[in-house]
Write a protein that binds this ligand. Structure first.
Ligand SMILES: N[C@@H](CCC(=O)N[C@@H](CS)C(=O)NCC(=O)O)C(=O)O
Length: 196
């Protein structure tokens, strides 16, 4: 299977961590998003990464879909629990983490595109959302004790905030989340995919 990715994308990192944790080999193809390859555009009309090409040529896009597919390939470790109550707690937390990535990417792009004249009201709203999500995640830390799609997604979201906008990371306001993130980041799958 081939994965189109960039080293700095938190969505692609989530997929790469899932593949490493499940010990599923992927051929990783690094994309330049300022000059997308025809291969990526042919495979995925959205031209987004991560994009996965299966061995039969079928394409999967959108990181939650790709992660669900990878989880279905091997039983262990179970990343999306089967039991209903737990399953939807994990999927909900993973969705909040994905939204946290969206919010951070949007704030970072706005500040990068308009360093002098960024929309202050927009940035303020994104920052409020970033803090609200971290507060919510910290309240639900018990659900992140085990390895799951939620713990991987949250770690990749916090990793992205710490990389792009460290002043908004958990260390100033959310001690327990910061400690959890520090420990989770020591997993070889996280070390191997650290953005830089
Ligand atoms: N919801 C998507 C988001 C993917 C996404 O936005 N990827 C960004 C890179 S971080 C991208 O491909 N941007 C290029 C573009 O939108 O043209 C997912 O979870 O995979």
């Amino acid at each position: 299977m081939k994965l189109f990715y960039t080293k700095r994308s938190p969505y692609a990192r989530k997929v790469r961590v899932v593949a490493l944790e499940k010990n599923i080999p992927l051929e990783s193809i690094e994309e330049d998003l300022t000059n997308k390859s025809s291969h990526l555009l042919e495979a995925n009309p959205l031209g987004k990464i991560p994009t996965l090409i299966l061995d039969n040529g079928q394409t999967l896009c959108d990181s939650p879909v790709i992660c669900e597919y990878l989880d279905s390939l091997k039983v262990h470790p179970v990343l999306i629990p089967k039991v209903k109550a737990k399953r939807f707690r994990i999927l909900h937390l993973a969705a909040v983490a994905d939204g946290l990535m969206d919010t951070t990417v949007a704030a970072y792009l706005e500040k990068t595109r308009h360093p002098e004249h960024f929309q202050e009201e927009f940035i303020k709203k994104q920052e409020e959302t970033i803090f609200r999500c971290q507060e919510f995640i910290e309240k639900n830390l018990d659900d992140l004790k085990e390895l799951s799609l939620a713990s991987i997604a949250v770690a990749c979201a916090i990793g992205y905030i710490s990389f792009r906008m460290p002043q908004l990371g958990p260390q100033t306001k959310f001690d327990k989340l910061a400690r959890w993130f520090m420990i989770f980041s020591q997993r070889p799958s996280m070390e191997e995919t650290r953005p830089g």
